[in-house]
Design a protein around this ligand. Structure first.
Ligand code: NAP
Length: 286
């Protein structure tokens, strides 16, 4: 596996620390980012740069994409100098961005027409787990491809869970992000309700996190609420996208609709580029 040459496309909040972990593990990594400036950090850490996604695929055995949304991923695969613009049979492409199950199946189909192997591997966990290499990686792949790339997932995550063929992992990711949205909305509503009735947010967060209702996300987001500071670890606009994709994939439960509307409203109020926990700033004014 040490001989596998890795290509990385998308050096945003998640892609940057994830690609860095591959370099730290001693792998040869080539990067491509639409905004070239964001490649500098990785190049200083030992990566080389490719001019186009196609050139990157040609130079590498495995290419990983970590991009904003379905449109960005499709563009990187299908554009004029995109990943599939020339023939590179036998290569493996792993999409770790959160996209719809339908897009993942579509990407698997267009890859297979070019004899390229496609894996969908979205992640649960935000910037800190990305930095620490402790993401939970959801894998949609056939068994043979999964065995080849498993060592890469062992560097990026604390666990990889192989849930089925391409597309199934994207469905699992939308499901877990629905639960994430419910947690964030519930946390924000709870803290605001308590504050309105004389309980400080410090005390309320302590009560939540010391008790059985506390969980990973309530602990991670407590400092942001205390400091009223919402620099994006996971941008709110991305959760709006994920909840929309979940609805489009058939989620029609009692809470998805008000939850989606709440995050859409926050985005319309200008909070899209802030962290998901900024939902509390939107709810505060209601
Ligand atoms: P981000 O910081 O917004 O970075 C997005 C990346 O996509 C950037 O490299 C951007 O390039 C690139 N991009 C966007 N549109 C493009 C296009 N049309 N062509 C080429 N490149 C394009 O996003 P992120 O937070 O890293 O998230 C990436 C993915 O992981 C998303 O699908 C998100 O839902 C998912 N995710 C995020 C988190 C989290 O906590 N942040 C956690 C789990 C999953 P530029 O630099 O040129 O803009």
């Amino acid at each position: 596996m040490n001989r596998l040459k890795i290509g990385w496309i998308g050096l945003g909040n998640m892609g940057n620390p994830m690609a860095k972990n591959l370099l730290k593990a001693g792998l040869e990594v080539t990067v491509f980012n639409r905004t070239k400036d964001k490649e500098k950090d990785l190049i200083s850490a030992g990566a080389t740069s490719a001019a186009t996604p196609e050139a990157l695929l040609q130079a590498c055995d495995v290419v990983i994409t970590m991009l904003s949304n379905d449109e960005a991923v499709k563009e990187v695969f299908e554009s004029e100098q995109g990943l599939l613009s020339k023939d590179n049979p036998g290569k493996i492409i792993i999409n770790m961005s959160t996209v719809s199950p339908e897009t993942s199946r579509y990407l698997a189909t267009i890859c297979s027409k070019k004899q390229v192997h496609f894996i969908d591997a979205p992640v649960s966990g935000s910037v800190k787990p990305a930095q620490e290499g402790s993401l939970v990686i959801l894998v949609g792949a056939n068994n043979a491809d999964y065995e080849i790339v498993k060592p890469i997932f062992e560097i990026l995550g604390k666990v990889a869970i192989h849930v089925g063929e391409a597309g199934v992992a994207s469905a699992a990711k939308l499901a877990i992000n629905y639960l994430l949205g419910l947690n964030l909305q519930g946390l924000a509503e709870t803290v605001l309700f308590a504050e309105k009735n004389g309980v400080s947010k410090e005390d309320m967060l302590n009560i939540i996190n010391q008790g059985a209702c506390g969980n990973g996300i309530t602990a991670i987001k407590a400092p942001a609420i205390l400091n009223d500071s919402y620099a994006a670890a996971f941008a709110l606009k991305h959760l709006v996208k994920d909840l929309r994709l979940a609805k489009e994939a058939g989620l029609d439960s009692p809470l998805i609709h008000p939850l989606y509307d709440s995050f859409v409203l926050a985005q319309e109020e200008g909070l899209g580029d802030q962290d998901v926990m900024a939902i509390i700033s939107s709810l505060k004014n209601k």
